[in-house]
Write a new protein. Structure first.
Length: 368
């Protein structure tokens, strides 16, 4: 016989069953959490925007470099074959580096801060220039400049690339003609790195685009030599001139160089008497293109600063120094104990006599 407490089951049932009309419990929202959520969303939005901007800049450049690698392997053989059939023989060849006819330099320009600018007329033939334009300008991408205008695509476009003899024989010959000028006029050049090959840069300026005043540098170092070839003509008044505002020429302040197809312009960013220091007079401007429908292409090659330890080059140098001093060619030497280097300064058109062949290749003196 089972005994049950009266009302126990009914009490349990009453507790277990809830009314369907009962309101859910209400909770108050924390204002601090709401603010943090909004702040996190804003931060994520800014990050996504920055990623999108960087991607817009990087993707075309990466794509261009991939195409450049493919092009450097095939080197546009169709264009090169066409050039070989139609173009005249280049003015100079690597086997006979006769730089005298093609490196007739214009009168040195007088500047507030000592600066010399040289111009080589028709350094590249018209066919050579046309080949470079056809072979490489389709790979141009937005200039890698630290400015918002660059990210927005409002600046110039450029391409920096290395070449090898087996990949582009024509541009290799142009490179050797440039090197011949360096060794013939400016005395010393370090051999090319076989693993990397010489480096060139092509720049393109369209209507309304120029480049503000600047000095050619590599990191904090002034550039010993800049070689710049104009790849197209621009008529007077169309803009696009290379302006050296510190120069005085014909009694006027500032010197404008009008682009002429195939012409080479050479200058140094180094101070002529203080090696490694920046020459303030070497700042230059690329004037904006004024004429509608006009554009400007240039080919650059930069020769960078090289400093060599005195310990590695001392053997044979002093013999060369004595020979140079005896010849009276106007070459000066300076020993810098602080960084253990030997600095050589030289004058244009003077060749060093006995130690050009071996020890000098590891020294790069500034140009005077």
């Amino acid at each position: 016989m089972v005994l049950r407490r009266c009302g126990a089951d009914s009490a349990t049932k009453t507790t277990a069953v809830s009314s369907p009309l009962q309101d859910p419990p209400t909770t108050s929202r924390n204002p601090c959490k709401v603010f943090c959520g909004i702040l996190i969303r804003l931060i994520l939005g800014v990050i996504l925007f920055c990623v999108a901007v960087i991607a817009r800049w990087m993707v075309p450049m990466t794509y261009s470099m991939v195409r450049l690698h493919y092009t450097s392997v095939t080197f546009r053989r169709d264009l090169l074959d066409s050039y070989r059939k139609q173009a005249p023989k280049p003015p100079n060849t690597p086997n006979t580096p006769n730089t005298t006819p093609q490196t007739r330099l214009e009168t040195t320009l007088e500047c507030d801060s000592p600066l010399e600018i040289w111009r080589v007329h028709s350094f590249m033939s018209e066919a050579e220039v046309d080949y470079v334009i056809e072979a490489y300008t389709h790979l141009l991408h937005v200039c890698t400049l630290p400015s918002m205008e660059n990210f927005l695509g409002q600046d110039c476009s450029e391409l920096t690339f290395n070449i090898f003899k087996e990949n582009d024989e024509l541009l290799w010959k142009i490179n050797e003609r440039m090197d011949a000028i360096v060794t013939d006029r400016f005395l010393v050049k370090k051999p090319n790195d076989d693993d990397e090959g010489p480096e060139f840069q092509i720049r393109h300026y369209r209507e309304g685009v120029g480049f503000p005043a600047h000095h050619d540098r590599l990191d904090q170092y002034a550039m010993p030599l800049t070689f710049m070839v104009y790849l197209n003509d621009l008529p007077d008044g169309a803009g696009g001139e290379t302006i050296f505002p510190q120069c005085r020429h014909d009694g006027k302040r500032g010197k404008k160089l009008t682009p002429r197809k195939g012409d080479l312009v050479i200058w140094s960013t180094c101070h002529p008497s203080r090696y490694g220091d920046l020459n303030p007079g070497s700042d230059h401007i690329a004037a904006p293109i004024k004429r509608a429908g006009s554009e400007k292409f240039i080919l650059n090659k930069f020769y960078t600063v090289e400093e060599v330890s005195l310990r590695s080059c001392v053997n044979g140098l002093f013999k060369g120094i004595s020979n140079v001093l005896q010849s009276g060619v106007g070459v000066t030497f300076e020993l810098c104990p602080s960084n253990n280097t030997l600095l050589i300064r030289s004058v244009l058109n003077i060749k060093m006599v006995s130690f050009v062949a071996k020890p000098v290749y590891c020294l790069t003196p500034p140009m005077r």
